[in-house]
Design a protein around this ligand. Structure first.
Ligand SMILES: *Cc1c(COP(=O)(O)O)cnc(C)c1O
Length: 426
């Protein structure tokens, strides 16, 4: 078989190849379901592009103030249609997901308001945005207070506590869809929808914002389809399709987007300014690719979960449960497991495959961290990438893969490294 041969040339032994192929054969139905979601979302994206009459003129560059950048404005209209919102802000000037979240929050909160998170502790980088960890320029410094309701033991919303926590100052309720790097389950869009309804029943004027990072196009619906006022994410994750070189988005109600735009640029100028410097075509094309790219990353995550579950490791999510984001965690219980796994991901990369990742003391972390990434876009986590802190329970988190075949090869290579190191016996 030709493919067995080329894998052998790339350093994959027959036992790893056979083991992998056997697992994939068992995943046929699962993959068909993932393909169905991708097909639906592909058509959703095309429909939005057709409706907004996307044309070659929209790929032109703007400079300076960026007035009348019709490509930028059309891209934002396309995002709004895909996410079923009144408006959207999709900009290279939103430099990452954290920045987009900061703009959404600080644009819509005023001194004296309270921000309430109902999905527990937010993503690490938001701790400084909010002021949970003291930081200059945080919302806390501007007189915005913060309250938090944790998810229940089983990962569901604690509606009783949410009701008790809403007070006269509560202005914005935040929900994080993805588990990020926590061990709780990721929230389904439908569960988020129920929470949105619950909040709106308490007070319809409360703003609900969803951190949608890693969740886009995993399902056929998004939190904004269920009434979330804003959804926010990064373009070097799912919706950029691997082609966006930078950017973030906020999609939501006209009022929320206007407030966010006044914060991103200035009061008065808002969405009218912001040159795109020639990257608009990549943002359109990446969005066009995003449903399929996301499905490839999902297949990789499901494949890895099943491989490592079969080998007796704890995997989150497990091999058979439904998926709501593209992140996969594998617990190895020993540092060598994390290190060898990351070496495999690195060795399978199209870029920088010859370097060996090593744990290092990263700023902001309380343990050494090892990272594997051989990406075309720096830090892009829709591209195949993995990282793990060298501490209990010695779990590796990985995500991405612009193509299923790359994700597959990366995971096979991780297994090969674990076999070579004697950590796994096939
Ligand atoms: C990645 C991520 C962020 C932050 O995005 P950056 O682009 O890294 O700043 C926020 N929330 C969640 C859940 C994420 O996964």
């Amino acid at each position: 078989m030709a493919s067995e041969e080329i894998y052998a040339n790339l350093g994959i032994n027959k036992n790893v190849f056979d083991f992998s192929e056997k697992i994939i054969a068992e995943l046929k139905e699962r993959f068909e379901k993932i393909d169905e979601v991708a097909e639906y979302n592909q058509l959703k994206v095309i429909r939005a592009m057709q409706k907004n009459r996307v044309s070659e003129t929209h790929f032109e560059s703007s400079s300076g103030y960026g007035y009348n950048d019709s490509g930028r404005d059309t891209l934002e209209a396309v995002y709004a249609d895909i996410f079923n919102t009144e408006d959207a802000l999709v900009r290279p000037n939103l430099v990452c997901g954290t920045h987009a979240l900061n703009v959404a929050l600080s644009g819509n909160l005023r001194p004296g308001d309270e921000l309430l998170s109902i999905s527990g502790k937010p993503y690490d980088t938001l701790e400084e945005v909010i002021g949970i960890r003291e930081s200059r320029g945080s919302l806390k410094e501007y007189g915005v207070t913060y309250a938090q309701v944790d998810l229940k033991e089983d990962g569901s919303f604690d509606f009783q506590k949410i009701k008790e926590s809403v007070n006269g100052r509560t202005k914005l309720v935040a929900i994080q869809r993805s588990k990020g790097y926590q061990t709780r389950p990721t929230l389904s869009v439908r569960a988020i929808g129920e929470a949105v309804k619950f909040i709106k029943d308490i007070d319809k004027d409360l703003i609900v914002m969803v951190d949608n990072c890693y969740g886009e196009f995993v399902d056929t619906v998004e939190p904004s389809d269920f009434g979330a006022d804003m959804i926010v994410g990064s373009l070097i994750k799912n919706p950029g399709g691997g082609l966006a070189p930078i950017g973030g988005y906020i999609a939501g109600t006209r009022a929320c987007i206007e407030n966010a735009a006044f914060r991103l640029t200035t009061p008065g100028l808002g969405k009218e300014v912001g040159a795109t410097l020639g990257i608009t075509k990549s943002l359109f094309q990446g969005l066009f690719m995003a449903p399929v790219v996301t499905s490839c990353a999902l297949k990789g995550a499901v494949f890895a979960a099943n491989i490592y579950e079969k080998l007796g490791f704890k995997v989150v999510p497990n091999g058979s449960e439904p998926r709501h984001d593209i992140i996969q965690a594998v617990e190895f219980g020993r540092p060598e497991g994390v290190i060898e796994f990351c070496k495999g991901i690195q060795a399978a990369a199209p870029v920088d495959s010859y370097v060996t990742p090593e744990p290092w003391e990263m700023p902001g972390y309380d343990a050494d961290v090892i990272m594997a990434a051989g990406a075309f876009v720096q830090g892009s986590s829709i591209e195949l990438s993995a990282d793990g802190p060298i501490k209990e329970p010695y779990a590796v988190y990985f995500q991405g893969g612009l193509t299923w075949y790359h994700a597959k090869f990366g995971i096979m290579m991780s297994l090969q490294k674990l076999v070579d190191a004697g950590i796994v016996n096939l």
